[in-house]
Design a protein around this ligand. Sequence first.
Ligand code: FAD
Length: 385
Amino acid sequence: MSKTQYDVLIIGAGPVGCVAALAMKQIGLSTAVLEVQPQQSKISDGRTLALSWNSYLILDELNAWLTDEERFPIRSIQISDRGHFGQSVVSGPDVQLSELGYVVRFKDLLPRLREALSQQKVKTLFQTSATSIQKHKDYSEITLDMNGVISTVTARLIVMADGGQSLNIAGLKHKKAIDHGHDAIVGIITSDSTPRDIAYERFTSTGPIALLPRGDEYAFVWSVPRHESDDLLNQPESQFLEAFQNAFGDRCGRFTSIREKSTYSLATRIAEQPSNGGIVVIGNASQALHPIAAQGLNLGFRDAWDLADVCRDIKAEDLITDNTVRTFRRKRRWDRLQTTLFSAGLNRFFSSKLLGARGLGLLGLDLIPLAKKIIIRQLIFGPKL
Ligand SMILES: Cc1cc2nc3c(=O)[nH]c(=O)nc-3n(C[C@H](O)[C@H](O)[C@H](O)COP(=O)(O)OP(=O)(O)OC[C@H]3O[C@@H](n4cnc5c(N)ncnc54)[C@H](O)[C@@H]3O)c2cc1C
């Protein structure tokens, strides 16, 4: 059994765990990260993400931003309801920004963040899972399983960034879990019109479609009832393109090719928060949201950033105290609540049968610039700016 002492131990080197580790390192805390997956240079995950301007600022500050070839700007977002009146357009200038955010692929982002961990000399143990936590007065002891070899490390603050997969080792569980009965089909699609820097959020009778510009192609996220997703996924190209065209309409011209289709099951899961000191929960481990509003990772990055901000003002030996955990939870309460309610509310609103109200809602948003500005700033920056 080997023992090592860290100020902070992060469980999970997903995007949120990586950002938390880089931010902790930047404020001078000794930090280690555990990741059950092997270290891979290629990640097969097919999802594409819309990252907000605030997420860009965080990654840039941590020297972990992507290259020009890996990110594509979003300068406006068009929100519309297929077959119904009313649409809303949100543009950078509405909120005094030149870009609202960027389109990036998960398989570019995660290796970049893990590379930054290595460049910035953050101790990262791959193929290592945390299997139990034992709390003592001044530290916690974490049992590790590294390919069958068992050891322990000690740390003052444990950060659960495990996507919610192993909350039980922290004595926590999900207090709310909603299965939406939908899957997201994702992939890359081209059309005969040239994509610009506009992202489209289109609500259809089966579920929302997001079309994200990526150079001369689009990435899409299409939410469909689960019983239809296997059929759609396995359809030949021409049949899938026709189904997609029928669902989306012709706002972006005729769709001409499709590749890299895959599916994700959609659920909302909210975790219990620890009430005592020594453990905090961030990112999807704390709240996994419906991707309709493209908020999950943006919110997770703000969790990680604010955690480092709280820890900056605390003496290392006090990281384990109840006060640290309470201060962090207080700081994150409103952003988490508002963003979770917004994602859930948007999903419910556009699943509603009140089609007229849906159109009026979009029209109203466009007619009241101040309301639009407040909502968009909240989604980009969280409530504090
Ligand atoms: C189709 C789709 C589209 C999306 N689009 C967007 C979008 O446009 N914008 C946006 O902001 N968000 C979006 N999201 C949400 C976003 O993908 C997630 O919020 C984000 O990936 C969560 O990151 P995380 O680091 O918290 O968790 P995860 O990515 O789940 O990482 C957790 C890590 O912890 C590791 N782990 C688990 N247990 C242990 C253990 N015991 N020991 C060691 N390691 C462990 C896992 O292997 C994993 O690497 C989308 C999601 C989906 C499904």
